[in-house]
Design a protein around this ligand. Structure first.
Ligand SMILES: Cc1cc2nc3c(=O)[nH]c(=O)nc-3n(C[C@H](O)[C@H](O)[C@H](O)COP(=O)(O)O)c2cc1C
Length: 211
């Protein structure tokens, strides 16, 4: 009797797990149902860094491009961070303690752009180290800067404040932040859409640049 009960519980758990996995996977493929009213006031660059295999931040960057246009510019480190996640965390922690952040590759000139979207995974409550490195050699003064980020559940408490501090002379608009994937979702290879949809991004863009 006991064995049958355990068997039933296991089957139910497997079914629920499969249903959740399918729902999360399906979420990654949904497209927006909201109409886009946003029009960019000038030439747009979408500069972003995305580290994890799921590439949460890259997905938001692509949605911004899809609905507003603009050029995608990816910040990349010269040496990629190690995988899996535990090794990434260990490498980042070593850099945080030593202050020796790994260098990033040069990006194309941003001189011609009026609006710069700046996207990052949240690390230690703020932008990731490669974005910090990017900002050191690419001052954004005179630009309209639009921050966006993905995080693992802790929010982005210091991000807006730190972008404003790092971009003197820039007009920093209201950003967008999305909860990205957790460890289990990573294993299922699903990312930010487990928690947010393309519609959320469209609503944000419409609020910023809509009629
Ligand atoms: C070194 C490191 C530090 C992180 N720090 C935070 C944090 O402070 N708060 C949080 O919510 N998530 C944190 N995360 C999780 C990432 O922000 C989250 O997984 C993000 O969506 C990854 O985006 P990506 O797929 O574009 O790399 C951290 C991840 C790493 C690797």
């Amino acid at each position: 009797m006991f064995k049958i009960a355990v068997g039933i519980v296991v089957v139910v758990l497997l079914a629920v797990g499969a249903a959740v996995a399918l729902r999360l996977r399906a979420g990654r493929d949904t497209s927006a149902t909201q109409p886009t009213t946003a029009k960019a006031p000038g030439k747009v660059a979408i500069v972003y860094y995305s580290q994890s295999k799921v590439r949460n931040t890259a997905l938001i960057a692509k949605w911004i491009q899809k609905h507003l246009g603009g050029d995608l510019i990816e910040i990349e480190t010269v040496e990629p961070y190690p995988e899996p996640y535990t090794l990434t965390l260990a490498a980042a922690e070593k850099e945080r303690r030593s202050g020796q952040k790994r260098p990033v590759k040069p990006v194309p000139s941003l001189a011609a752009y009026d609006v710069v979207f700046l996207g990052t995974p949240i690390w230690y409550g703020t932008y990731a180290f490669p974005v910090e490195q990017f900002l050191k050699s690419n001052p954004l003064s005179g630009k309209t800067v639009v921050p966006f980020s993905t995080h693992g559940g802790g929010g982005a408490p210091l991000f807006a404040r730190d972008v404003k501090a790092a971009c003197p002379g820039a007009k920093v608009l209201e950003g967008f932040t999305a909860r990205g994937s957790n460890q289990i979702e990573r294993r299922l290879k699903v990312g930010v859409t487990a928690h947010h949809t393309e519609d959320d991004v469209v609503r944000w863009l419409n609020g910023l640049f809509g009629k």
